[in-house]
Design a protein around this ligand. Structure first.
Ligand code: CMC
Length: 402
């Protein structure tokens, strides 16, 4: 009684006031804390933008140095984690491993567990509680790359690598994945920069499915590791972070530009989905997709063009002028071109969603911190439903059922 059903899929439901990320889906605008994504992609780094997203302003030199040191220091994993990764099947999907690994981390840090420490762990203005919160943030951002690299290496049958000293966040990630014991290994600077830009533009996108899942989970005051694991699970799906993998599988199945028209027709008959197209919020091109296109050109100069690029371009051009897609305002989203870059860089296809999850940890934590410190404290998220099932019925013993 008195309840109104909101459209399926929360099409028009706001659940929080936020100061973090601004999106205008009609105009194709994305800003982190007021700064246009294009400016950040050009001038900032993933870790600097992480600080901005989480704490609200660009860091001073000292603030950045401290933040970077803490994040990198916390990237080292406890040796026990090796056994955890080795317990997975040889063909486990890296996102399953990463999701489980975030949950596992929760068991390491009792200081973040409200059930053990008392319910209200974080209070605005209380230095000690804010320092506890910061530690979880440094750990989760730092360890995200190490856990992802471990998921990668266990699949390759390689030994694990301790995070190096002196490399950037993205450089350290590449080192942990690629290092095979060479003394003079350094990641290719163009590829390191490209990955950093991709990390930066993936860092936050306000209340998408995974961020909402993190906040829904955290609203019960569970530790942030468990909340991030829940977000990671949500991101795994092909309609969300799994779309970059789905795009490549789709392009492989199309095979070559000649097959594009028949694929487009199959999409229009609703037999197929055009992965990497469409967005709940953007009704024009996703501004991140332009940055990705530019980054792709830089990467291809080093790696050579991906064999699927021509098919991707033919598909893009055909969709952009087809009435079906134009009428529904379907344009390329961030995932359309990303997979091609990751493939050219040598990442296996099922690792692509991990490359979305690692940077997105930043956004999840920015929203988690904002929610934990909001005026009036946290209220558990508990939507209502409208029950449309059977009225009261009396139990029927199994012998009497027809
Ligand atoms: N291919 C074909 N038709 C589509 C597509 C698509 N990719 N996306 C939407 N449509 C159609 C949809 O069938 C509907 O048609 P109609 O009105 O005739 O029933 C219309 O366009 C409106 O779409 P919708 O499904 O109501 O839109 P939504 O906001 O519920 O879904 C979406 C958004 C991203 C889940 C959807 O566009 C989609 O499935 N895209 C493909 C998967 C993908 O690329 N996901 C990555 C999103 S961006 C990164 C991220 O946030 O993870």
């Amino acid at each position: 009684k008195g309840l109104r059903i909101h459209a399926k899929g929360f099409l028009n439901t706001a659940v929080i006031r936020s100061e973090i990320t601004y999106i205008d889906g009609e105009a194709g605008i994305l800003r982190y804390r007021g700064y246009p994504i294009e400016q950040l992609a050009l001038h900032s780094s993933h870790l600097e933008s992480a600080y901005l997203l989480i704490y609200g302003s660009l860091p001073t030199k000292e603030q950045y140095r401290f933040f970077e040191t803490e994040v990198m220091r916390h990237s080292v994993m406890h040796a026990d984690a090796e056994g955890f990764f080795r317990s997975f099947r040889y063909d486990a999907h890296p996102m399953s491993m990463l999701t489980s690994a975030f949950a596992m981390l929760g068991s390491y840090y009792n200081e973040a567990n409200p059930s053990l420490q008392g319910q209200r762990l974080y209070t605005k203005g209380d230095k000690e509680s804010l320092a506890t919160m910061d530690r979880q943030i440094y750990r989760l951002i730092g360890k995200a790359t190490s856990l992802a690299a471990m998921a990668y290496r266990v699949r390759q049958g390689r030994d694990f690598v301790t995070p190096p000293v002196g490399l950037s966040y993205t450089g350290s990630f590449l080192f942990q994945m690629d290092h095979l014991g060479e003394e003079d290994y350094v990641p290719n600077p163009v590829l390191e920069k490209a990955l950093d830009v991709l990390f930066l533009i993936h860092a936050d996108h306000e209340l998408n499915a995974s961020c909402t899942t993190v906040l829904q989970t955290a609203s019960s005051l569970v530790d942030p590791y468990s909340a991030v694991a829940a977000g990671c699970a949500s991101l795994y799906g092909p309609l969300h972070g799994g779309a970059n993998e789905a795009v490549i599988r789709m392009l492989v199945s199309i095979g070559s530009p000649e097959n594009v028209p028949s694929f487009i027709e199959a999409v229009k008959r609703r037999e197929k989905t055009l992965s990497g197209f469409g967005h709940r919020v953007y009704k024009t091109s996703d501004p991140r997709s332009f940055i990705v296109r530019k980054t792709a050109d830089e990467v291809f100069k080093v790696t050579g063009k991906d064999a699927l690029l021509e098919t991707a371009m033919a598909l893009h051009d055909a969709a952009m002028k087809d009435e079906y897609f134009v009428k529904r305002k379907l344009a390329p989203n961030v995932d359309f071109w990303c997979g091609l870059i990751y493939r050219a860089m040598g990442f296996p296809m099922d690792f692509f969603p991990v490359l979305f999850a690692v940077p997105r940890v930043v956004g999840w934590l920015a929203h988690w911190r904002q929610m934990m410190l909001q005026e009036g404290g946290v209220k558990i998220w508990r939507p209502r439903q409208v029950y449309v099932g059977a009225g009261k019925r009396d139990y029927v013993p199994v012998e009497e059922r027809v």
